[in-house]
Ligand binder design. Structure first.
Ligand SMILES: Cc1ncc(COP(=O)(O)O)c(C=O)c1O
Length: 357
């Protein structure tokens, strides 16, 4: 069941393409024990870990629009890109299959952890068409080459979803997310937050939240914690995505869409550590604290680093006196059945075997 509040607030937006695959609204909850422990007493969580039944996390809101767009335009396949442990690739393949679309992806290697291997096992159950490149630097060339090859071979059948699902169409899912939060505030489920913290990778989540907060007239500052290389994750990307989303909304008749500038959000750059996917000590501590004090599971690549960034800003942003919302972007769906049924030998290309050795 999906509550598409964007359409309720702006009926004109019902001409936007979308499918219903998310479970919305996701709950907001106080994190009293953890908040007391880290001296951020008015700490809340937005439970996007519960955003879907097949898979949760932040990709589901984006996929409602992206797969809707793909189906609207009559495509039969989707293809996307990401690291071998990518949540985005996994979510896209799961929901593409659910919608009767053929999934394919271009993969690049990343640090192999148990979490990455489990994601690969789960991914194999969707029987995607996968291509592995040698390293991340090859991605732009490979994307271009694959695009040309796919287009020549299968023409307009294939719908391209950029890394992280962060096109303007995908990021609209988080405009809807911010409007959903505004409705929960109006309903008294939580006070209006001064800050929203979320992991920033390809930036679609934080861009959508930024535009959505302004559209909903919330006096809230979204703060992204960068977990990916700066060339891909930066303020210019956020502002560009906001501009493109605003154009899309205007094209669909939504009036008075605000224009977004650098003062409408914050992007923190000090919490990536050595590289994307490489755990940090502060991230490990955040994971442990969340696990000890709440029913909140973080991981090292995105959410541990985001939570660590938030904790570190306590003094600089005076979070002891602020209302703070941590937007939880990791799927909480138990994949153990899917993983137990995986046959990676049969459903992943041979070159993936090395990751399991
Ligand atoms: C768990 C999790 N959190 C946050 C993000 C980052 O979201 P975005 O790419 O929209 O910045 C991702 C992206 O893959 C993710 O998997």
């Amino acid at each position: 069941m999906t509550d598409m509040i964007l359409e309720r607030r702006h009926p004109e937006a019902s001409t936007l393409p979308r499918i219903e695959c998310a479970q919305l609204p996701t709950p907001v909850e106080p994190l009293e024990r953890l908040g007391a422990e880290i001296d951020i007493p008015r700490l809340f969580v937005k439970r996007d870990d519960q955003s879907g039944t097949l898979y949760g996390g932040n990709k589901v809101r984006k996929l409602e629009f992206l797969l809707g767009d793909a189906l609207d335009e009559g495509h039969r396949e989707v293809w996307t890109i990401g690291g071998i442990g990518s949540h985005h690739v996994l979510a896209t393949c799961i929901y593409a299959r659910q919608q009767g679309l053929e999934p394919s992806a271009l993969h690049f290697p990343q640090l192999v952890t148990d979490h990455v291997l489990d994601n690969l096992r789960a991914l194999s159950t969707t029987r995607p068409d996968l291509t592995l490149v040698g390293n991340k630097a090859q991605i732009p060339v490979e994307v271009l080459r694959t695009k040309v090859r796919e287009w020549l071979a299968r023409g307009p059948d294939v719908y391209y979803i950029p890394g992280g699902g962060s096109s303007a169409m995908g990021a609209l899912g988080y405009v809807n997310g911010a409007l959903e939060l505004a409705a929960q505030i109006e309903a008294g489920e939580m006070p209006e937050p001064d800050y929203i913290f979320a992991a920033a990778g390809t930036c679609g989540t934080i861009a959508g939240l930024t535009l959505g907060c302004r559209l909903a007239n919330l006096d809230t500052q979204p703060v992204g914690v960068r977990v990916l290389d700066r060339v891909l994750s930066n303020s210019a990307t956020i502002i560009k995505l906001c501009r493109q989303m605003a154009s899309l909304l205007r094209e669909h008749g939504v009036e008075d869409v605000p224009s977004i500038g650098p003062s409408d959000f914050e992007l923190l750059h000090d919490y990536l550590g050595d590289a994307y996917g490489v755990p940090t000590e502060a991230g490990r501590r955040a994971i442990q604290l969340a696990d000890t004090h709440e029913d909140l599971t973080l991981e090292p690549t995105y959410t541990g680093k985001a939570f660590a960034g938030m904790m570190d800003m306590r003094e600089a942003l005076d979070l002891e006196r602020a209302t703070v919302l941590y937007w939880h972007t990791l799927s909480g769906v138990d994949l153990s059945d899917r993983i137990a049924n995986a046959d990676v030998g049969a459903n992943l290309p041979d070159e993936y075997r090395k990751f399991f050795d």
